[in-house]
Design a protein around this ligand. Structure first.
Ligand code: ZN
Length: 309
């Protein structure tokens, strides 16, 4: 019987799930809003509901489910599958035994859980922009900014599972700006999507919500909009360049919702990044993520397949 894995991506606003084959083919993607404000029980009920639907689908396809791979928002202890900390977007998520709960609710015995950005990075390292590279520095820039150092296909979690919190490095562009972590002057406070929207609204006396609206204004010739996007892009690029000097990865891969702004954001970001690089890094590949929204599902599934191999 063909084997498959159920993959789950529990995000701040949306949860997604799919069947993923051993070759990384993604089948039967399903999504549902994450009821983050309702707490862990509701979040896990939605997640296990998606998994249950996919178990039925797998049976109909004649596939045997080998395990459940989960990427979740929050700081995750991948060795236990527990949430160590999380923002209030997922209320009371800290302390949740995601592995134990989902195993019980879904009936799937083999469950692997990791942070969603790490899952995304594993996906890109397996079959995406970093495929074939022995090391990669992956950065996701969206509502927040996360990163992942992948070496020989495995994520560097750090001693306390905090590695990759790239949004919380100090950068000059963010001096004095408050950060969601309670600190100030951090990259996320100037370069994440909501930070750029906030900065534009403050500069222009506007009241926009999505970053796409700021980008559209920039396209229409609004100089403050273009300036704001450029500042965020350059702040991120400089920080990634510095990280590349520290890590010397084979490849840098950048993904996340802010990528949707396009060349207006990418070009100043890459220019600022390359301006920071030490001379031996001049040919460092800096690539956009390739797997799109299913990257975290592919990566979460990969964690299960690796565990089973
Ligand atoms: Zn911070």
């Amino acid at each position: 019987m063909a084997q498959t894995v159920v993959a789950l991506d529990i995000g701040g606003t949306k949860s997604a799930a799919a069947l993923v084959t051993g070759e990384g083919t993604v089948l039967d993607v399903m999504t549902a809003p994450t009821p983050g404000e309702q707490g862990p029980e509701a979040i896990l009920r939605i997640a296990s509901g998606l998994a249950a639907d996919l178990l039925v689908t797998a049976t109909a396809r004649g596939h045997e489910v080998a395990g459940l791979g989960v990427g979740s928002a929050g700081v995750i202890d991948a060795s236990t599958g527990r949430v160590l900390s999380a923002t209030e977007v997922l209320r009371n998520w800290a302390g949740t035994d995601v592995r134990g709960a989902l195993s019980e609710l879904s009936g799937i015995r083999h469950v692997v859980v990791d942070n969603d950005v790490h899952a995304h990075a594993i996906g890109e390292s397996w079959l995406g922009a970093a495929a074939g590279a022995s090391s990669a520095f992956f950065v996701a820039v969206g509502t927040g900014i996360g990163a992942s150092v992948v070496i020989d296909g495995a994520v560097w979690h750090g001693r306390r599972n905090v590695a990759g919190h790239f949004g919380h490095v100090a950068v000059p562009h963010a001096a004095g700006l408050p950060c969601v972590c309670g600190g100030s002057g951090h990259l996320e406070a100037v370069a994440a999507g909501p930070a750029m929207v906030w900065a534009y609204n403050r500069r222009a006396g506007a009241d926009l919500v999505p970053l796409a609206d700021v980008a559209r204004r920039a396209d229409e010739g609004d100089r403050l909009a273009a300036l704001t996007i450029g500042i965020g892009a350059r702040a991120l690029g400089s920080a990634i360049g510095g990280a590349a000097n520290l890590l010397d990865p084979e490849v840098v891969v950048i993904g996340g919702g802010v990528m949707g702004v396009g060349p207006r954001w990418w070009e100043p970001m890459e220019e600022a990044l390359r301006a920071e690089l030490l001379p031996p890094l001049a040919d460092l590949p800096v690539l956009p993520a390739r797997l799109g929204p299913s990257a975290a599902l592919v990566g979460a599934a990969r964690l299960v397949w690796k565990d089973l191999s």
